[in-house]
Design a binder for this molecule. Structure first.
Ligand SMILES: Cc1cc2nc3c(=O)[nH]c(=O)nc-3n(C[C@H](O)[C@H](O)[C@H](O)COP(=O)(O)OP(=O)(O)OC[C@H]3O[C@@H](n4cnc5c(N)ncnc54)[C@H](O)[C@@H]3O)c2cc1C
Length: 453
């Protein structure tokens, strides 16, 4: 079956790969590969150290996706010989001072209450593991299973795997090499002109170049770009909002290392410093990613104060930061939702159109489960029937928690009269065809407390 995937961030790429692997003929449409939120991401796969208060519905999704990562990476390695930045280097939680220590200890209590593996470290163990940490930092907790990938490498590997000839012995069911179009989708509508008629709808995508594509299934994974595609039904406007993050990339200078040493820190460090969170992610190539701010001030450019805070906080934990080379400052917007949970499901009355966006702070971690469930909603390659009915109870529960229509009537993002669904491409309430800027774009919602990721 032909499936067009819109968007080539981690979510679109991984979904396209999954669909190809299952036997679909995939077209991937995006103006770039991995240049939006995915480009900024640190790549932490951290279902434990990313735990926040009151996000109980998110933990099972994070844990389930983390469990699928190893198999996904092994399979990708069978398709292409390309690095992904996967490092099993673990994570250490730190607190800079006494009040930070109470705050981190409270959060560790929540993690442990959920049965997560987090162990306190004595100061001597901490010092032996990470001798470059500031002498005043004495309290740490070990999270041995929170690891990392490098999202820039991973997206490159996925793009390569989509185009690569696949060994039929390793991928007996795979579809053809994906068609990859560097284009922006501006509109989506139902196409009832096909031979099968309305019973088996097809969908027409209009591209910014004016070209049109028609396909049997569509997966919309354009991150925040969702709101700029005309023609999407407006029954459930998605509560998407940009949550900007500033992130730094540092390089350790060779004279900062002892003979034989390759990195100043071995584990990913997540610290609370004067009530603010900061993380330092050591890459395999000797770089360190320091992040990240979390802002809803609408400023698309870098906030100078955020850079200063990140450097101050990182240097409080690792003093050598001040002598490193500042290689890059990146700012991107996370596709945020009110509860940090993705928006994944088929559109009302249009089971052939699957939405997969809103991955907020966790898109790198959650992409494997998002891709697998989106592919399940698309259905098998050689039948028109969606496969949702065959989902396991566990998958059905995960999908229910990511249902794009989950917002309650009290949620300000929900329209007062959501009773009339708009078929794809149909006129909206004004009688005009839904147009860019009128479709369910980013809807203002109350900001959540500052979080990092
Ligand atoms: C500073 C920072 C640090 C982060 N760190 C982590 C981390 O450590 N771990 C983690 O799990 N997550 C992290 N995240 C979150 C993660 O980056 C996002 O959740 C994830 O990248 C979202 O992926 P996506 O594919 O949905 O969207 P994006 O990466 O934003 O990609 C969207 C894609 O859609 C395309 N597109 C948009 N509109 C259209 C259109 N109309 N037609 C065609 N294509 C279109 C874009 O060009 C782009 O290719 C971080 C985010 C930030 C900003």
């Amino acid at each position: 079956m032909g499936v067009t995937v819109v968007g080539a961030g981690i979510v679109g790429l991984l979904t396209a790969w999954r669909l190809r692997r299952e036997g679909h003929a995939v077209t991937l449409v995006a103006p770039d590969v991995g240049r939006d939120a995915t480009y900024a991401a640190a790549g932490m796969l951290a279902p434990i150290s990313e735990v926040q208060y009151g996000q109980d519905r998110l933990y099972p999704i994070m844990t389930a996706s983390r469990a699928e990562y190893s198999e996904f990476l092994a399979e990708l390695a069978r398709a292409v010989d390309a690095p992904t930045g996967w490092r099993e280097n673990g994570t250490i939680l730190l607190a800079a001072d006494r009040s930070d220590r109470d705050a981190v200890a409270d959060l560790v209590g929540v993690q442990q209450a959920h049965g997560m593996e987090v162990e306190p470290m004595t100061s001597s163990v901490l010092r032996r593991r990470e001798p470059a940490l500031a002498p005043g930092v004495s309290k740490g907790w070990d999270v041995p299973s929170d690891h990392q990938v490098d999202p820039r490498l991973l997206t490159g590997a996925l793009a390569e795997a989509l185009a690569a000839p696949l060994d039929p012995a390793a991928f007996p069911e795979a579809g053809p090499a994906a068609r990859q179009l560097r284009e922006t989708v501006v509109a989506l509508e139902r196409d009832d002109d096909g031979a099968a008629g309305p019973a088996a709808p097809r969908y027409r995508l209009t591209l910014a170049s004016g070209e049109e594509l028609v396909d049997e299934r569509v997966v919309l994974a354009p991150g925040l770009g969702y709101g700029r595609i005309a023609g999407i039904p407006r029954r459930h406007p998605l509560p998407l909002r940009p949550v900007h993050g500033d992130v730094l990339r540092l390089r350790v200078h060779s004279d900062q290392l002892a003979p034989g040493e390759e990195q100043l820190i071995t584990a990913t460090i997540r610290a609370m410093v004067r009530g603010r969170s900061v993380y330092l992610v050591p890459r395999g190539d000797g770089g360190i990613v320091v992040g990240a701010s979390s802002r809803e001030d609408g400023m698309a450019g870098t906030r100078a104060g955020a850079v200063q805070e990140l450097l101050d906080d990182a240097a409080t934990i690792l003093p050598a930061v001040k002598d490193m080379e500042l290689e890059e400052i990146t700012t991107r917007a996370r596709p945020g939702t009110p509860d940090d949970i993705p928006l994944l499901g088929a559109l009302d009355d249009e089971p052939g159109v699957v939405v997969s966006t809103g991955y907020s702070r966790h898109g790198i971690l959650l992409a494997p489960i998002g891709a697998r469930l989106a592919a399940a909603l698309v259905g098998p390659p050689r039948s028109d029937a969606p496969r949702a009915a065959e989902l396991s109870a566990a998958d059905a529960a995960l999908l229910a928690s990511m249902d794009p229509a989950r917002a309650t009537p009290d949620d300000p993002s929900v329209p007062s009269d959501p009773s009339e669904p708009h078929p794809v491409g149909a006129p909206d309430a004004s009688g005009e065809p839904a147009a860019a800027g009128m479709s369910p774009g980013p809807t203002p919602v109350p900001p959540t407390p500052a979080q990092k990721g």
